[in-house]
Design a protein around this ligand. Structure first.
Ligand SMILES: [Zn+2]
Length: 147
């Protein structure tokens, strides 16, 4: 860690020395001014670059974590412990036996999955239709009474 920092500082200093020497030789600029500006520019530039990289990395990790949590939630269930009745969230796998140790009482449980297949039906909209027609009729009746 410290070695990396020293190496990076040495490279930064070498770049600043080369830049200030070149500017002094070619443009006749003040050596120390160019050296200080080159050092500061590099330090600020690297700081901004590292901050940007860390921000991108953090966003990526958060996105990945969210996807992992979503996948975990899709493949899990909240079940009651057979011993103490407390709720436990457990991952469910179809291709192997599902067991879990309760987080409250620490006793082991087995999970048996029963799959039921039913035909898919549409949700009836009759109740909402009759309710809205009832409201409309009531409003019409109230309007007639007002006249
Ligand atoms: Zn339990």
């Amino acid at each position: 860690m410290i070695r990396d920092i020293l190496i990076s500082l040495a490279i930064t200093t070498v770049v600043a020395i080369v830049a200030s020497s070149a500017c002094m030789y070619v443009f006749d600029y003040d050596y120390m001014k160019v050296f200080v500006v080159a050092m500061l520019t590099q330090l600020i530039g690297f700081y901004l670059w590292n901050s940007l990289l860390q921000m991108i990395l953090k966003l990526r990790m958060e996105r990945e974590q969210t996807i992992r949590i979503e996948q975990y939630n899709e493949q899990g269930l909240e079940v009651k412990c057979a011993h103490c009745n407390s709720l436990n969230f457990i991952p469910i796998k179809v291709n192997e036996d599902n067991r879990f140790d309760c987080t409250q009482c620490n006793k082991s449980n087995s999970v048996y999955i029963d799959i039921t297949v039913t035909p898919k039906t549409d949700v009836s909209t009759r109740d909402t239709v009759s309710a809205s027609s009832y409201i409309k009729e009531k409003a019409d009746a109230a309007r007639k009474l007002d006249k």
